[in-house]
Design a protein around this ligand. Structure first.
Ligand code: SF4
Length: 371
C-alpha cells in the first residue's frame, strides 16, 4: 500500500519525494509558469522553488499592473540562517517583480513563545537583528509593513473571528495532537496570511505566501478558512510557492538548528563557518584516485547544494563546478576550500551591509513602517 505523506510544520519532516505533494495535496509544479516570470531569479531558474498553488493570479496581477501582496515572516528565535535567508529572498523577489507589490513581514512572536518559550521582549531584540538581515538582502523598506503578531490588533481580531469556525477535530486532523498554544499559533497564522486583505490595507487582493514544502499544512488551513469566510469578507484564496528544503551540512535530510554542525548563521564566527564547510558531507569518492577516475556526485554533495541554493549566482560558474566534479577534474579538499572562500566573502559583505540597517530595522519592528 502506498504510504501517505504526513507533513509536520513544527517538526523535522524531510520531504524526500516532492511529487507526492503534487499528487496528494494538489500543489502544482512550477515548470509551466517559469517563462511567465518577468525576472528569472536563481530560485526559479534552478527550480529550488518547485511548486505553487494558484500562482497564476499573481502573475496576472504583475502583467496587468494590479496590486498584489507578498507575505512572509520569521519566528524570532535566533540569528538568521540559510533557511530564513531563503524565505527572505523570496519575499524580496516578489516585492521587486512589480511596483504594485506590497510586502508584509510578520514577526511570529506568539509562535516563538508557544513553540520555543521565547518571551516577547527577547523576541523584539532578535527581530531587530533579523530585519536588519532582510534589509541587507534587499527588501525595499518603502513598500513593506513589518509587524509583531502579539501587537497587531487586526491579526488578533481576525484570529478570534476565525476561531469560531475551527473545531478541535479539524486542528488535530491537520496538525496531529499538539498543545493548545500551537493550535492558537496556527489560527493566528491564518490571520497573518489574510492580513493583506483587511480593509485597512485595501481589502481583497491576490496574495502570495512563499514557504518551505513543510509549511503546506498552514497554507491549506488558510485557504480553507478563506473559503469559509469568503462570502462575508470577499477573500481571495491565498496563493503560495514552495521551496525545496536544504539538507544539513552533515548530510541529514533537513537542515535544523538542532544540529549546529549541520548549519550556520549569517552572523556566526567566520572560522566556525569555515570549519563546518571543511567538514561537510560531500559526494566525493573514498580516494583521490577513485575520484579522478569516476568523478564525484554533486547531486548528493552538501557543499554543492549550499553553493547552488545560496552563494553562486552565475549559472555558468555553477555548471563549471558541476562538470569538473562529475568528470573527476575537481577534488573535494580543494573544492571545499574554494566554497569556504566564496561563502566567507559573501558573509563579510553581508555583515557590513546589515550593520547600516540596525536603526531602520529598529524603527520597522517598533513602528511597522519606514516613514
Ligand atoms: Fe562536492 Fe566539490 Fe567534492 Fe564534487 S568535488 S563532491 S562538488 S565537494
Amino acid at each position: 500500500m502506498e504510504r501517505k505523506l504526513v507533513i509536520d510544520p513544527w517538526g523535522e519532516t524531510a520531504i524526500e519525494d516532492y511529487s507526492k505533494l503534487f499528487e496528494q495535496f494538489g500543489v502544482e509544479p512550477i515548470d509551466p509558469l517559469i517563462d511567465e516570470f518577468p525576472i528569472k531569479h536563481r530560485l526559479i531558474r534552478r527550480k529550488i522553488i518547485f511548486g505553487h498553488r494558484d500562482l497564476q493570479k499573481i502573475l496576472k496581477a504583475i502583467k496587468e499592473g494590479e496590486e498584489y501582496a507578498v507575505l512572509s515572516g520569521i519566528k524570532p528565535t535566533g540569528d538568521f540562517h540559510l533557511g530564513t535567508k531563503l524565505t527572505a529572498e523570496e519575499i524580496i523577489f516578489f516585492q521587486k517583480l512589480s511596483n504594485k507589490a506590497m510586502a508584509f513581514y510578520c514577526i511570529a512572536d506568539v509562535e516563538a513563545w508557544n513553540d520555543n518559550g521565547i518571551p516577547f521582549d527577547k523576541a523584539e531584540e532578535i527581530a531587530i537583528s533579523n530585519i536588519a538581515d532582510v534589509l541587507a538582502l534587499g527588501l525595499d523598506p518603502k513598500r513593506v509593513y513589518v509587524y509583531r503578531q502579539s501587537r497587531e490588533r487586526r491579526v488578533l481580531q481576525m484570529a478570534t473571528v476565525f476561531a469560531r469556525g475551527v473545531s478541535m477535530n479539524l486542528l488535530e486532523a491537520i496538525y496531529g495532537p499538539r498543545h493548545f498554544g500551537l493550535y492558537l499559533s496556527a489560527i493566528i497564522q491564518v490571520a497573518d496570511i489574510l492580513l493583506p486583505q483587511h480593509p485597512d490595507f485595501g481589502g481583497p487582493k491576490p496574495t502570495v505566501i512563499p514557504v518551505g514544502a513543510d509549511q503546506d499544512p498552514h497554507i491549506r488551513f488558510a485557504r480553507d478558512i478563506a473559503q469559509k469566510y469568503r462570502s462575508i469578507y470577499g477573500f481571495e484564496l491565498p496563493s503560495a510557492t514552495y521551496h525545496r528544503l536544504m539538507r544539513s551540512l552533515t548530510g541529514e535530510k533537513k537542515m535544523s538548528k538542532r544540529n549546529p554542525m549541520g548549519m550556520f548563521t549569517l552572523t556566526e564566527e567566520l572560522e566556525s563557518v569555515k570549519f563546518k564547510i571543511m567538514n561537510a558531507f560531500t559526494g566525493g569518492r573514498p580516494t583521490a584516485k577513485e575520484q579522478r577516475e569516476k568523478g564525484g556526485v554533486p547531486e548528493i554533495c552538501c557543499v554543492y547544494e549550499v553553493l547552488m541554493f545560496h552563494f553562486v549566482e552565475d549559472d555558468s560558474k555553477l555548471l563549471k563546478i558541476y562538470e569538473e566534479c562529475v568528470t573527476g577534474k575537481r577534488l573535494c579538499g580543494e573544492c571545499k576550500r574554494e566554497a569556504a572562500e566564496i561563502i566567507l566573502k559573501w558573509l563579510e559583505e553581508h555583515r557590513r551591509r546589515r550593520e547600516k540597517f540596525i536603526d531602520l530595522a529598529t524603527k520597522l519592528v517598533r513602528e511597522g513602517y519606514a516613514t
